[in-house]
Design a protein around this ligand. Sequence first.
Ligand code: MSP
Length: 511
Amino acid sequence: MDKYYYITTPIYYPSAKPHMGHAYSSIIADFFARFKKIDGFKVCFLTGTDEHGLKIQRAAEKKGIETLKFCNEISQTFRDLSKTLNLTNTDFIRTTEERHKKSVQSLWKELEKNDDIYLSKYSGWYSVSDEAFYTNDEIEEIEGIKRAIISKSSVEWMDEESYFFRLSKWEKPLLEYYEKNPDFILPESKKNEVISFVKSGLKDLSVSRKSFSWGIKVPGNNEHVIYVWLDALTNYISALNYPSINDSLFQKFWPASIHLIGKDILRFHAVYWPAFLMAAKIPLPEKIYGHGWILSGEEKMSKSKGNILDPIEIIEKYGLDALRYYLIKEVSFGNDGNISQERLEVCINSDLANNFGNLCQRVTAFTIKNLQGKIPNKVKFEKNDLKILDKFNLSLIREKINKQDINYYIDFIVNSLFDTNKYFNDEEPWNKKDDLIRLNTIIYTTLEIVRKISYMLYPIIPQSSLNALKIFGIKENEIDFSTLKNHKYLKENTNITKIEILFKKIEKTND
Ligand code: MSP
């Protein structure tokens, strides 16, 4: 039976060009998508751009460009970034697309039909930067400017007729749901924040705006546009052709396996979104994971703070896989992480060039020189060989991935590389030329491990993993994670191929 996996990134605001934070969310999502793919799942991987609302309207006005034209241009830079990052996304959604508008309006009608929407008046604070409403308690004044405590973005007073969603009605069902589904919100620390927010009492949510027009019209009332978060969150199902719930995409991939997001937008995903879905009688996604921030110094990297690290510049200087590896390894998943070029260079030199690259070069060069460039035959594993071959515990690795424990996964790879290099040195194949069986076994074992580690590296550094697998002539569509348990996957007596250097060492610069 086919197994399905649906992963999403947040859809990004095309208010400015993408930065490292966006690249981070997308690379992590691609890691899971690729892992699931080599583990036999049919994968739907969605990303895209969130194009409505006052924030985008104002950004376009500031540039003096017509709003849709502005969105077209910046959305394209996000689409281009997906290619540059070598993402395997299966779709890219824009909220200005017709398919999405239809879907949002259908969801609205469903909420209205179920008596979850009513017309009233909103008076309160609104942050355009966060596209979020705040109560008096959530506001502070810094140097005469009122700001949201949580994000520090400035707020403005809003006083207008608005439709409301009966969020208060879903307080209890949400709390029950969190209780019954302990893995719904991760990581744990973030889950507790969400639960206390809901426990503190949910007020009905303003879900339409009348004072501007850049959005999806409320069905039956052209004067209102739908609140941008209700619009944006719906992307996760509009891409599956909602409201056609009998459509094969929806049938196969909903509920989503995981919405991967940054911790800054957890409230929208873990409170509002499930409440909308419950109200529309649509099943809830399996998991919401709020990852940490990429920091620049002590602060979140963001356009408004002007502390952006450009992913394209880093890729041009060091290569894509170096960046992917670095972000996945060095930003401890679930926590915030500070990034620096210095650490990136250390990663390239020690992990990628020394540990992985050298291992591949050493064992292939040795095989070519001493074993006619063929995968050895007459192999007889001993305790030492089995000890490192047996370390690849499939069910444990799968379990860790299902808990989004990327830190375990990467540590496992780093340790395996270390162990294998040590094994190769300790076994001294260059001194075993009189004992052919032993020599063959050491080389076969090392080659098998190179294969296994390259498979595991595929979700992290796909192109370099494929370059390494050229040693064995293994192609992308042949990578099958379940073969990690085979110790005799490589066919004896077949030729191996000498490969190019995988990673060049970075010379230390002092700038
Ligand atoms: N458009 C909304 C999301 C709607 S999803 C239905 C939005 N967009 S955003 O462009 O501002 O940011 C989206 C995501 O980018 C964040 O949630 C996070 O995943 C990622 N990041 C943006 N800045 C970041 C960092 N500095 N560090 C890590 N990720 C951050 O919010």
